[in-house]
Design a protein around this ligand. Structure first.
Ligand SMILES: *[C@@H]1O[C@H](CO)[C@@H](O)[C@H](O)[C@H]1NC(C)=O
Ligand SMILES: *[C@@H]1O[C@H](CO)[C@@H](O)[C@H](O)[C@H]1NC(C)=O
Ligand SMILES: *[C@@H]1O[C@H](CO)[C@@H](O)[C@H](O)[C@H]1NC(C)=O
Ligand SMILES: *[C@@H]1O[C@H](CO)[C@@H](O)[C@H](O)[C@H]1NC(C)=O
Ligand SMILES: *[C@@H]1O[C@H](CO)[C@@H](O)[C@H](O)[C@H]1NC(C)=O
Ligand SMILES: *[C@@H]1O[C@H](CO)[C@@H](O)[C@H](O)[C@H]1NC(C)=O
Ligand SMILES: *[C@@H]1O[C@H](CO)[C@@H](O)[C@H](O)[C@H]1NC(C)=O
Ligand SMILES: *[C@@H]1O[C@H](CO)[C@@H](O)[C@H](O)[C@H]1NC(C)=O
Ligand SMILES: *[C@@H]1O[C@H](CO)[C@@H](O)[C@H](O)[C@H]1NC(C)=O
Length: 638
């Protein structure tokens, strides 16, 4: 079944979508749907993008600043974040610090970032959100709680598994994690996404795949290139979009039309993906990092340094000018497709479609795709026609091709979506970086034990040292991963970049990084990246462990230090000495520059920090079977 198309926006229906907003065009459906609260179906024809009249605004914009729309949003958001931060800072008990006077003169810009790492990252990150969301019970009950940090955040970034978390919350009416746990049409992971029959209200695997196939076919018949990511994104949508049939018409740009967005009740959501051409290998030193936000798609990187209105992606343009006069496209920015792109490494699980349970026509799709595709390119998401065709030809590797291909945001090892948050134009003061990467390796030197070890931060730091790609971004010094493990920096929260004085005089001062790694508090939360099934007990235990990580077991000393981190940069700018209490925090949590680069003596095997949950044992997460060896190697780092 398809959702009714929104008539009146199709070019063929003869109705023009005029717009006055600058720079983001707002289509005329906004008025009729202004009561919508959740992201919704407003694509012209379900999953198939359709032609519309072009908006009155330019389709390209230089990245030298954030968009006017984002500036407006942030201004409104700060009214809300200041209220939330006021309550939080007072509750945790900052001493010798006048919260009201501080917040009356400054609105801190807080960013939260959720790494990739499949369902492990999604669930562990969900625990963190649950702990910092004041709408959840118990999160504002005393000094050892962090409820309100989410409400106090201006930006919310997600990558790969972290984008599933972000998408699930933002697309579904800014729902809570508790609510996602309760629903029977979302976040039911006990069956594999390949054969979900019996969960997620899916009655038949055959119907499920037939619908997915029909959606993708419709896009193809509308004249667009499709890739495995389309199938993957459609499948993900059934778990995360919460609209019947996975909401084939639900667009990312519709987020900006919801009341929650218009009232700035939500942090500004940012999803990251990398540019990659077929056959190319990614390294952080030269990858073009793209972001999707509710208003725009593009990159701050010097190769591109351009944004386009996300609502009109799919339009065929040269240098931002429509190839056919006045003909643009809407509906390309499907919400599931964007989450699928950020997590496109998982495309390869399509290799595991169980041939015996599905009609051959459906297995054939996967096979015909894989036949025409080098295995190493199975992760590619096709964003042709390239919205940036003709842009910055001297530096943009995709300027001369109508094709634009993107992949999983973690493929360049920058597995925490810090890139959008360290752009100087966003003026972020502090980033709470939740790292649920699976980096560590077992004794055998082959298998992963899937704890983080700083690899993601290091990749972002190394990139920031290369002037040709950094383009004005600065990142705190980050030590090698041996040091991380030897000093236990990957086992407890660590602050990086505590002293602004340590950055080059006159340079941009980057946000303070509050690094919060996955660690076992009450549950062994280092499930493999490829674990594709969790029963509800396992799922909830992962979330519970994530809550403990975020509050460090409701440690009131830690929550005070979170408050100190929020105000730290501005106090430095004012040359105000931190309070006694905050100085203690800095002493305890800041990395002080010590290096211990020798290979760790033992493999990393952290102990429980709390009491292990002894619940009725659910079955152990089932690992998806054999995949191409190269795929495994690539996947596990994300
Ligand atoms: C970006 O926008 C801000 C706020 O409008 C303005 O103060 C600043 O000068 C702009 N920066 C650039 C490079 O245009
Ligand atoms: C969205 O959430 C608001 C509360 O924040 C609620 O009033 C509204 O009914 C919800 N809408 C939908 C479509 O779930
Ligand atoms: C990035 O560098 C790698 C290694 O030098 C190279 O293989 C790749 O082609 C480069 N990519 C781009 C887009 O320049
Ligand atoms: C970033 O790159 C763009 C495009 O190459 C360039 O115009 C701009 O000056 C660069 N910004 C900085 C701070 O280097
Ligand atoms: C876009 O326009 C170019 C130039 O007219 C044309 O070659 C190409 O086929 C068009 N692509 C699509 C997807 O319509
Ligand atoms: C950290 O993780 C990376 C990526 O998996 C790995 O190559 C490296 O050996 C690890 N180092 C330590 C000390 O765990
Ligand atoms: C390593 O992983 C392989 C494949 O999952 C498994 O068969 C093997 O038992 C693992 N080895 C150890 C030491 O856990
Ligand atoms: C201070 O900066 C230097 C040079 O970038 C770096 O090596 C050092 O680790 C930094 N110290 C801290 C504590 O970040
Ligand atoms: C989790 O980590 C422990 C070491 O801390 C390791 O023994 C175990 O095998 C890991 N679990 C998985 C699923 O990799």
């Amino acid at each position: 079944m398809r959702f009714p198309t929104t008539s009146g926006i199709l070019l063929t229906a003869g109705v023009l979508s005029a717009s006055t907003a600058n720079p983001l065009p707002q289509s005329n459906i906004e008025t009729s749907l202004s009561l919508e609260r959740r992201a919704f179906s407003n694509a012209p024809d379900g999953y198939a993008p359709g032609e519309v009249k072009c908006p009155d605004v330019p389709l390209l914009r230089s990245a030298k600043n954030i968009s006017d729309g984002e500036q407006e949003f942030v201004k409104k958001r700060h009214e809300q974040t200041n209220k939330a931060l006021s309550q939080l800072l007072k509750r945790v008990g900052m001493t010798d610090f006048d919260v009201d006077s501080f917040l009356s003169s400054y609105s801190p810009t807080v960013g939260i970032a959720f790494s990739g790492g499949g369902y492990r990252a999604m669930l562990s990150g969900a625990g963190a959100i649950k702990a910092i969301d004041s709408r959840e019970s118990g999160t504002t009950d005393g000094p050892g709680t962090l409820g309100g940090l989410l409400q106090g955040s201006t930006y919310f970034a997600g990558l790969s598994g972290g984008s599933w978390l972000l998408g699930s919350v933002i697309v579904n009416n800014y729902t809570t994690i508790s609510e996602l746990q309760k629903r029977d049409d979302l976040w039911e992971l006990e069956n594999s996404i390949l054969t979900p029959e019996g969960s997620l209200k899916i009655i038949s695997n055959i119907d499920y795949w037939t619908d997915i196939r029909d959606d993708v076919k419709a896009k193809k018949e509308a004249g667009f290139d499709v890739s495995l990511t389309d199938y993957w994104g459609r499948a993900l949508s059934h778990q995360f979009v919460g609209v019947e049939d996975g909401g084939p018409g639900v667009t990312w740009s519709s987020i900006a039309l919801t009341d929650h967005y218009k009232n700035a009740d939500i942090p500004f959501p940012l999803v990251v993906a990398d540019g990659r051409n077929p056959g190319e290998q990614l390294i952080s030193a030269n990858t073009t990092v793209y972001e999707f936000n509710p208003l725009e798609f593009g990159s701050f990187d010097p190769q591109l340094f351009t944004f386009t209105p996300i609502e009109y992606m799919g339009s065929n343009v040269t240098n931002g000018i429509p190839v056919k006069k006045d003909v643009c496209v809407r509906g390309f920015d499907n919400a599931g497709f964007i989450m699928g792109t950020s997590s496109s490494l998982f495309n390869q699980i399509m290799f595991n479609l169980p041939a015996d349970n599905l009609p051959s026509a459906i297995v054939d799709i996967a096979e015909s795709f894989l036949a025409g595709l080098s295995e190493s390119d199975a992760d590619i998401a096709d964003y042709s026609p390239n919205p940036f065709y003709g842009v910055n030809p001297s530096r943009n590797p995709s300027a001369n091709t109508r094709d634009l291909t993107l992949v999983d945001g973690g493929e360049d090892l920058q597995n925490i979506p810090l890139h959008p948050l360290i752009q100087p134009t966003r003026k972020v003061d502090v980033i709470f970086a939740f790292d649920n990467s699976g980096d560590t390796i077992a004794e055998d030197g082959i298998n992963y034990t899937s704890w983080p070890n700083g690899t993601a931060l290091l990749a972002t730091y190394e990139r920031s040292l290369m002037p040709t790609i950094a383009n004005g971004t600065v990142f705190p010094a980050i030590p090698d991963t041996n040091t991380f493990v030897n000093l236990g920096l990957n086992n407890r929260p660590t602050f990086f970049g505590c002293e602004s004085k340590n950055f080059t005089q006159g340079a941009t001062i980057p946000p303070l990084i509050v690094y919060i790694p996955n660690a076992p508090w009450v549950y062994h939360s280092n499930t493999t990246t490829l674990t594709m099934k969790y029963d509800n007990t396992q799922r909830d235990n992962m979330i519970l462990n994530g809550q403990e990580i975020a509050t460090q077991g409701n440690d009131a000393e830690w929550t005070k230090c979170v408050a100190c981190a929020v105000v730290h940069r501005e106090l430095e700018r004012r040359d105000v000495t931190p309070t006694q209490q905050c100085q203690q925090c800095l002493k305890k949590f800041c990395w002080d520059g010590t290096l211990r680069p020798e290979t760790p003596e033992k493999v990393y095997d952290p102990e429980y920090k709390g009491t292990e949950i002894k619940s009725a044992a659910g079955r152990v997460g089932v690992r998806v079977g054999a995949v191409v060896a190269a795929a495994v190697v690539a996947l596990v780092v994300v």
